[in-house]
Design a protein around this ligand. Structure first.
Ligand code: FES
Ligand SMILES: [Fe+2]
Length: 405
């Protein structure tokens, strides 16, 4: 947990990073990541099965499901999934696939489902727990056990008020998966954070190009000279690696006592520490949930693959409640400012994607301050399974002694 001892040692490490002049003696040279991890369709297929269909993934916020019957369709990993608040108020998830002949049942993207809802093709009707309740022409089915024809459930669990989904029935509980990282932010009143904004944009690059961008601050000087580089110290940024591929980097403000002008007057979370007030702790929940936590709110980023050369980026803002009434005006400005920084990040993505598809791209060279990327790739291989990583495309596991347990 983030107790005083931990806070002090994290802060000390940022000072140490600022003063360090050599490559740390005990840290291995990092081998290049094979270029084919970004461009070979075999590797992409291995990721679809071994990463996206096997891990807990952020799918939404409870504010999106205010009442019984509220639903949205989640379609980020190639399967349409209905995420729904059932009659007892719990969140449940099902494949949007009719048990008759496989039609998509729900055709709207979000809204409210009745106590029962019918597939539009032949009228098979289900309740909010996915149970098959009725179907026309019963006389025409012989030997039919309707209890085997309920909608196929998908694992769905809640942390704070974030909804996570996992297509792997054998996955460990969400809380166990998150614990190595959530222990450092579960002192915050995450349950009271509202979903205040979200939008999605297409980015024409392999999804890892974008994810890696959010795992390092090495690019601050050139990509963000008048935004984040002016505010945060890249040199003093300290890195923490945790189990399950989770990690974070802690960047101190350049100026002591600096307060983001875009946050002045906004309510703060009640239990913040120096870490959220005087630093930018940017967590990445493996594989794709980027959480830069500030006392006044979190501008989270999620990256999803569309195909090998195209991604989607979600920008999702969570913030403490300001009470009744419309969102304070200052929020629009803050959201726009963050979008400008993200534009700086995505501006390089298209030319980079083209470039990494040529024979000129031999692999990814990583330095010490980019080691979160190496750690992330090690976990990717673990998730895919050693024997399923296409030949010549794996990374050598080297980080285990640097993982803080
Ligand atoms: S496919 Fe749904 S009722 Fe026939
Ligand atoms: Fe950036």
């Amino acid at each position: 947990m983030l107790d005083q001892k931990r806070i002090d040692s994290w802060i000390q490490e940022t000072e140490f990073e600022g003063s360090r002049s050599n490559y740390p003696k005990n840290f291995p040279d990092l081998p290049d990541l094979p270029s084919k991890r970004y461009s070979d369709p075999l590797f992409f297929d291995a990721e679809v099965e071994g990463l996206w269909k096997k891990n807990w993934l952020y799918a939404g916020h409870l504010d999106q499901l205010p009442e019984q019957g509220s639903f949205f369709i989640w379609d980020k990993t190639g399967s349409e999934i209905i995420i729904l608040r059932n009659d007892s108020g719990n969140i449940v998830a099902f494949y949007n696939t009719c048990r008759h002949r496989g039609s998509a049942i729900v055709r709207k993207k979000s809204g409210t489902l009745g106590k029962t809802f019918a597939c539009g093709y032949h009228g098979w009707t289900y309740d909010r727990d996915g149970k098959l309740k009725a179907f026309p022409d019963v006389r025409d089915f012989s030997n039919f056990d309707r209890s085997c024809r309920n909608l196929v459930q998908v694992r769905c669990e809640i942390y704070g008020n974030w909804i996570f989904v996992n297509e792997n029935n054998n996955a460990e509980p969400l809380a166990d998966f998150l614990n190595p990282i959530s222990r450092f932010f579960d002192h915050l009143p995450l349950k009271s954070l509202r979903l205040i904004h979200q939008h999605t944009q297409s980015v024409p690059c392999n999804y890892k190009v974008l994810i890696e961008n959010f795992l390092e601050v090495y690019h601050f000087r050139l990509l963000h000279p008048s935004t984040t580089d002016r505010i945060f110290s890249q040199k003093k940024t300290a890195v923490h690696l945790w189990e399950r591929g989770h990690s974070m980097m802690l960047s101190p403000h350049r100026r002591k006592g600096w307060v983001d002008p875009g946050t002045i007057g906004l309510p703060e979370m009640s239990t913040t520490t120096r870490i959220e007030r005087e630093f930018l702790p940017s967590y990445t929940v493996f594989p794709n949930f980027v959480l830069p936590i500030q006392a006044t709110g979190v501008g989270a980023v999620l990256v999803w693959p569309v195909d090998i050369a195209n991604s989607l980026m979600d920008v999702v803002w969570f913030a403490p409640s300001w009470g009744d009434g419309p969102r304070p005006k200052i929020w629009s400005e803050r959201i726009n400012n963050f979008d400008k920084i993200l534009e700086e990040d995505t501006s390089f993505a298209m030319p980079m994607q083209k470039s990494i598809s040529t024979p000129g791209f031999k692999g990814v060279a990583l330095n010490y301050q980019e080691r979160r990327i190496y750690h992330w790739h090690e976990e990717l291989d673990r998730s895919i399974g050693k024997s399923n990583v296409p030949e010549g495309m794996s990374v050598e596991p080297l980080m285990s002694q640097f993982i803080e347990r």
